[in-house]
Structure formats: C-alpha cells, structure tokens
Design a binder for this molecule. Structure first.
Ligand code: FMN
Length: 261
C-alpha cells in the first residue's frame, strides 16, 4: 500500500477474527518497522513482548480486562506488550559515536567523539540519565514513536490493530519474566479485521487550522484545498463515518459473539 493510503486507512480496529492467527512474518515486519523509527541519541528505548493469546492464562487475561479493553482481549490472536527499558541511556555515548563514524553526525554540525565525551554526555545527557522524570518522559515518547510505525506496518499488511491500556503489568511481569527495568507503555492487540476495512469510516479529526499554526500562534495553518483534494485521491483523507451500514454491522458482529447490542 502507498504510504499516504496506509496513514489514511489506519484506524483503531476492535473487531478481529479470533480464529485466524497472525503469521509470525507479519509480526516481524511490525517489529522491524518499530525498530527503524527515529530515536533521540540513537538509543534503544522500546521493548516488545509478543505473546499468542492462547499462551496467556485465563487468570492473566482476566487481569488485563478494564472498562475500555475487554472484548478485544478475546478476539485478538496476538498481544504485543510494549515497554521501554529504563537502561536506554547505557551506552548512548557509543551509539552517538557510531553515528559520527558513519558520518551521519559530522564535524560540519559540531560533532566529534570529543564533543560526545567531553560536552554532550556530562553536560546534557548525564543530567537526563540522573533525572527520573526526564527518563520517563523520553522513554514513553520514544516508544510511542516506535509503536506508531508498528501500527502502520500492521495496516500495510492487511491487519487490524488497536492500542490499549496496559493493566496488571505486575502479573504480566511475573508470568513472562519481564525484567525489572522495563516500564510498561501500551498493549497492542493485533489480528485480521472482522469488520469492513473502513471500520465504519475514518475517525473524526478537527481541521488543521484548529490544531496547527504558521509564523505565530495567532495565525492558524490554512490548508491548500488542492493539496487536500490530492490527499483524498491518494487515500490519506477518507470518507468519514458513520457509514449507513455501520450500526447494522456492529449489531450483527455483537450478535455473533453474544455481546450487548
Ligand atoms: C496511546 C493510545 C491508547 C489507547 N488506548 C485505548 C484503550 O485502552 N481502549 C480502546 O478501546 N482504545 C484505545 N485507543 C484507541 C483510541 O481510542 C482511538 O485512537 C480513537 O478511538 C480514534 O482514533 P483511531 O480510530 O483513528 O485510532 C488508544 C489509542 C492510543 C493512541
């Protein structure tokens, strides 16, 4: 799928085929996409624990339930528990120097091994490493960037996916040997969509001029309508919901699983 169509087609899919496993290859593509995401300091923030739903004991599955995530836990064949490793700062000097050696960071922009060792680490990075709030903020942000690639890679491969609150991390930790330094972020549920790929239409978003500004914060970003039109052609902007059949679709899916309608 073209990039713009992937972005436009992605939406949180909550109806998945419980009987159809996701091929390991497709999960690998998602993990690789996450690993290719940009990251500050070239540090390795994200960690993912991939588990097949049927390997999750009923006790753990029950403890993962929360008001916004319940049905999906039964439907999704693959769970990806996303974390970041608090130890991500370990070795960042070496990772940055790797980039210097690769000429990705060059003297033209002030980079050298000496700059990393004698200024950047002691003056900028070490204070971050010593500040728990900064560590948590960066860990969560950077893992979110990686997860975004994973979501889009799922869509690109015809999968349905949605992020969910990650409840009961202590139980997951015990059950699957999660290291003490891993901080839970989100639970990504993955499977083949049971609903139409449109999943009832593209989800509502406020227009660009409500969110983004140009030059100063009194001047909203004005969209060029020709660009908007081309994004419709290319699939980044798609028909909004609710589709005429959506209510019936949800009603029948609910009936299939004996859920409230
Ligand atoms: C970080 C994150 C956490 C989310 N957690 C939940 C959740 O716990 N339960 C749920 O049903 N949806 C969850 N969602 C999905 C959002 O509710 C969803 O983004 C929204 O319904 C519409 O956007 P979308 O369909 O374009 O993704 C989460 C999404 C994100 C990005």
């Amino acid at each position: 799928m073209e990039f713009k169509r992937v972005v436009g087609t992605r939406r949180s899919v909550r109806w998945l085929k419980p009987w159809r496993q996701v091929e390991r290859e497709k999960i690998q593509v998602m993990l690789e996409a996450a690993n290719r995401a940009s990251r500050s300091m070239n540090a390795d923030y994200p960690r993912a624990l991939v588990v097949n739903r049927d390997q999750v004991s009923s006790e753990i599955r029950e403890s993962l339930r929360n008001p916004t995530t319940s049905v999906e836990l039964d439907l999704a064949p693959t769970y990806i528990f996303w974390y970041f490793d608090l130890g991500y700062v370990d070795g960042v000097q070496d990772r940055l120097k790797e980039l210097v050696d690769q000429h990705a960071l060059s003297p033209s922009h002030g980079w050298s091994h000496a700059y990393v060792d004698s200024f950047l680490w002691p003056q900028v990075l070490k204070p971050i490493a010593d500040n728990m709030m900064a560590l948590m903020f960066m860990g969560a942000t950077e893992t979110g960037i990686a997860i975004c690639n994973s979501l889009n890679a799922a869509v690109d491969q015809g999968l349905g996916t949605c992020l969910h609150a990650f409840t009961a991390p202590e139980k997951v930790k015990q059950a699957f040997g999660v290291p003490d330094t891993w901080i839970p972020v989100w639970l990504q549920l993955v499977g083949y969509p049971l609903e139409e790929p449109e999943a009832g239409g593209q989800r509502p978003r406020r227009p660009l001029n409500k969110l983004f500004f140009e030059g100063n914060c009194d001047t909203p970003w004005e969209e060029d309508l020709e660009v908007t039109e081309s994004l419709k052609q290319d699939g980044m902007i798609q028909a909004p919901g609710p589709f005429s059949y959506r209510e019936e679709e949800v009603r029948m899916l609910s009936q299939m699983f004996g859920l409230p309608r």
